[in-house]
Design a protein around this ligand. Structure first.
Ligand SMILES: [Zn+2]
Ligand SMILES: [Zn+2]
Length: 255
């Protein structure tokens, strides 16, 4: 799976990186109110469906069969359907109907849209103004839930916790002892599970809502890459599943 992820990164570099997202900052940025600061559904999805089709056509051979199947179906689909797939991902829509129309499973369709759009979300998130530090449980830039939590020492705070967005990779400060899924802290809140072979990682699991996410301690391993570490440690997800825990946000590979 990690091999497949690396080939997806290469594909993102060749197809998505050349798309100049900076020209869409004006349409996508919303600096006011409680809404996320970037409005990705405002992107010119008609225009992007051309590159999305290329992205699906060039899906690497290392892809799992359901992904290859879905990628071929999207490549053959009409541009209206391709736009609908992208819009579904950006508006939290469901993929079952589109999956029915394309004769493929919903999960790989969502994967294709997310893998294609996340580099643009990342670029726009980095360009959009960041306002006052948020303490929200969802990404202040794009509104997606956190993928992973990271701990590091900062000038004012030892062991500062930041949540890293599952879509645009923005990081924002969040209280250390609070569950991002339900807001509970204290005795009914988070418990931590550490695997001895991975000392810089731990599973933060909530006793109340039974959700979890992984936490990467950059003070233990300064060169750790939280989003990659999350993908590279399926054994921790397996452990969590066995405990009856649900991840707050599955990563790109669906773990
Ligand atoms: Zn985000
Ligand atoms: Zn909780």
């Amino acid at each position: 799976m990690l091999q497949f992820y690396l080939s997806v990164l290469e594909l993102q570099t060749s197809v998505c990186a050349p798309i100049d997202a900076s020209r869409w900052v004006a349409v996508s940025a919303d600096p006011g109110g409680d809404t996320p600061r970037i409005q990705l559904e405002q992107l010119p999805l008609d225009e992007l469906s051309v590159e999305f089709s290329t992205f699906c056509r060039e899906m690497p051979e290392t892809a799992p069969d359901p992904v290859s199947w879905a990628a071929r179906a999207v490549t053959r689909a009409e541009s209206r359907t391709q736009v609908d797939l992208l819009l579904s991902l950006l508006t939290g829509g469901e993929f079952a109907t589109l999956g029915g129309a394309l004769a493929c499973e919903p999960v790989p369709l969502a994967f294709l849209a997310r893998a294609f759009l996340s580099p643009m979300a990342e670029a726009l998130s980095a360009l959009a103004p960041t306002g006052a530090p948020a303490r929200a449980p969802v990404c202040p830039q794009c509104g997606w839930p956190p993928q992973v939590s990271r701990l590091e020492d900062e000038s004012h705070t030892q062991g500062m916790r930041r949540l890293v967005c599952a879509f645009c990779a923005a990081a924002w400060g969040f209280p250390r002892a609070v569950c991002p899924a339900c807001g509970v802290s204290g005795d009914d809140g988070l418990v931590f599970h550490v695997d001895e072979s991975l000392p810089h990682l731990r599973v933060e699991a909530c006793k109340t809502c039974r959700h979890y996410l992984k936490s990467v301690d950059l003070r233990v391993l300064g060169l750790a890459e939280p989003l990659v570490d999350d993908l590279a440690t399926p054994e921790l997800d397996l452990w969590a599943t066995e405990q009856g825990l649900d991840k707050i946000a599955p990563n790109l590979l669906g773990l």
